[in-house]
Design a protein around this ligand. Structure first.
Ligand code: M6R
Length: 608
């Protein structure tokens, strides 16, 4: 959570910092602040609320400096107030620091600092770091940072400046992403590359335990004990347009509409021309290893976990492989059984979700092979896994995950096909399945023709207090995803259930005021779900059905039908989720919610 940008170089820092942090506002947005060195002092400006509030405070201030740090906050310790906003400064107002992550032993450290006379002004865990740096400072910022970090337990991405060393910016990483951008006579520090790709595409990803010292024209990376580390410069593949709204009112809408293209991008270059072979670069030299796998455990959170459930069904149906799907946060604190031939499949859009990262570390410690399905190249999960598949869906900015979800499903499908191939299970069916997969992007495109109708339905139900989402088989995870999408951006209470499970409790909620969204496509469970619809109708519930094109019967049973094209069961979720994404988007907009930055949420949950 939170966002960091730092700058040192030949240009004025303020506009670069503000432009950069605005790109990260989706990561946390309850307060923000900037610090620069100007006129022989540390100038530190903060504001509660969105970054636009900080811009007002900065108007006419902090214009001259060539060095600075900026932060947007998602509160963990201490309310979103002025005094808790970053940057934090030391007692002498000489050091300023921004931090992502959580310092676990901060209570103990705070008491220690207070006993030594430090005055801490905020309720944050972060502030202890800047005071420790102050207490260790003897004329060299980097040494002081190193010593201070030895006191600290927890996760951090840090950027720090010192008044007495105005030509130096120090950054350090442990458990929270940090990237250095390399420009011409300038360097950038950021927690997410989207903040800096306007200025440079050449970056260095810091690893845990690394510290970097930047001047306008030099960069030195070491470990915490000062041992030099040589880093590889990598080139970012995304371009600036991909992180802008391109005329859409919200990132979420843009990302929903991008899906035909992002799905094609996920498939690009991954088949031979006759569709007979699935080629996955990230698994190329792992055939032997993958052949030895006889059980998989999928770990993920939120929407990625829903994609994981779909992956479970695919791997079971098409590979005959036993699969369990675990919330990463639960997996990491249990004593999971990892046998010799168990593979962990970690699914994460950002590649930085703290629980998923911790889960794969735990699994690796127990000897598991870890395969990651990730969107962000260079992310911690991508780098720490043994092999993987990138989504190639481009940056996802809206807090509600949309295009990443559908690309995750495609990636899981590709993985399943690849496993079938290398284990000799492929048949004529496989070519047919790949053909069906290739039709999916244009099928998604055709669903957008229903948007007007989806908007009308949204208008009817936008004031509901509760909505139920029901589905069976492959569409059960879609029901969960539809409910999550709605609640996170519209704040309407929504629950997803397997349709048959409804009789075991949730049906008690159904009356004439309860809209129920059924995903009732013509798949293996179709006749069963029709009975479930009848059960809801008998209790006065209003039914919105997502149904297969050509199903005229269902329209006689329900209030509203949204049709989607037919495909094979395993790929249906990519299509059936589209109307649900749009339904939640429209309802949220109609309710006046900020869909790209819903309250209390952050795009990437980098704390436990
Ligand atoms: O980046 P990840 O895929 O690891 O993120 C996992 C969840 O935090 C994420 O899917 C979250 O649930 C979204 N807000 C859902 O829209």
């Amino acid at each position: 959570m939170c966002g960091i940008v730092g700058y040192i170089g030949k240009n004025k820092a303020k506009s670069i910092l503000v432009a950069g942090i605005k790109k990260l506002e989706y990561r946390g947005y309850d307060s923000s602040g900037l610090a620069v060195i100007e006129d022989g002092v540390i100038l530190c400006k903060k504001a509660v609320g969105r970054i636009s509030e900080l811009e007002k405070v900065l108007d006419g201030n902090c214009d001259e400096s060539n060095i600075g740090i900026i932060h947007t906050r998602w509160a963990t310790h201490g309310a979103p107030t002025y005094k808790n906003a970053h940057p934090h400064v030391d007692c002498a107002n000489k050091i300023a620091l921004v931090h992502n992550g959580i310092i676990e032993n901060y209570n103990y450290l705070k008491t220690k600092l207070q006993k030594n006379g430090h005055i801490l002004k905020s309720e944050t865990d972060t502030e202890v770091i800047v005071h420790f740096i102050e207490s260790y400072y003897e004329g060299n910022l980097e040494d002081a940072v190193r010593n201070a970090l030895k006191e600290i337990e927890g996760a951090y991405g840090l950027a720090i400046i010192h008044l007495d060393e105005p030509e130096k910016l120090v950054a350090a990483r442990h458990g929270s992403p940090l990237i250095i951008g390399i420009g011409n006579e300038e360097y950038f520090v950021t927690s997410d590359v989207s903040a800096i790709i306007e200025y440079t595409k050449n970056v260095v990803y810091l690893d845990d335990g690394e510290l970097v010292v930047l001047t306008k024209d030099s960069m030195k990376t070491t470990d915490i004990d000062s041992l030099p580390i040589s880093k590889r410069i990598e080139e970012i593949q995304w371009d600036v347009n991909q992180v802008q709204k391109s005329g859409y009112e919200h990132f979420m809408l843009k990302e929903i509409y991008e899906q035909p293209q992002t799905l094609r991008d996920t498939m690009l270059g991954r088949f031979t021309t006759d569709n007979s072979v699935v080629r996955l670069g990230g698994l190329q030299d792992k055939c032997e290893l993958l052949r030895s796998i006889n059980r998989s455990v999928i770990v993920a959170c939120g929407t990625s976990w829903h994609a994981g459930l779909i992956g479970e069904y695919m791997l079971e149906e098409l590979m005959g492989m036993p699969v369990e799907v675990e919330y990463a946060s639960e997996f990491r604190y249990r004593d999971p059984i990892i046998e010799k031939n168990t593979m962990i499949i970690a699914i994460s859009q950002s590649g930085e979700t703290a629980d998923t990262l911790a889960a794969i570390r735990e699994a690796k410690r127990k000897g598991a092979v870890v395969l990651a399905i990730c969107n962000v190249v260079g992310s911690s999960i991508a780098r720490e896994s043994d092999c993987g598949i990138f989504l190639h869906a481009g940056p996802e900015i809206g807090v509600a995950s949309t295009k990443a979800f559908t690309s995750q499903i495609v990636s899981l499908f590709l993985l399943t096909m690849h496993l079938r191939q290398i284990s000799g299970k492929a048949t004529d069916l496989d070519k047919e399945l790949v053909k069906k997969l290739k039709e999916v992007p244009s099928q998604v495109q055709s669903i957008f023709n229903n948007d007007k109708k989806i908007k009308e339905i949204s208008r009817i139900y936008k004031d509901s207090s509760n909505i139920l989402y029901l589905g069976r088989g492959y569409n059960y995870p879609v029901a969960l995803e539809g409910a999550l999408k709605l609640k996170e951006i519209s704040y309407i209470h929504a629950e997803g259930y397997p349709a048959a499970e409804m009789k075991h409790g949730p049906i008690a909620l159904v009356d004439k005021n309860m809209p129920v969204v059924f995903i009732a496509t013509k798949d293996a469970t179709y006749s069963k779900i029709l009975s479930n619809i009848e059960e809801i109708r008998a209790r006065g519930g209003k039914v919105i059905a997502i149904a297969s094109e050509g199903d005229s019967e269902i329209s006689k049973m329900v209030e509203h039908v949204l049709y989607i094209p037919e495909t094979v069961d395993a790929l249906t979720p990519i299509l059936s989720v589209i109307p649900l994404q749009l339904l939640s988007y429209h309802m949220a907009v109609m309710r006046g919610c900020d869909v790209d930055k819903p309250r209390n949420l952050a795009k990437s949950v980098t704390v436990e």
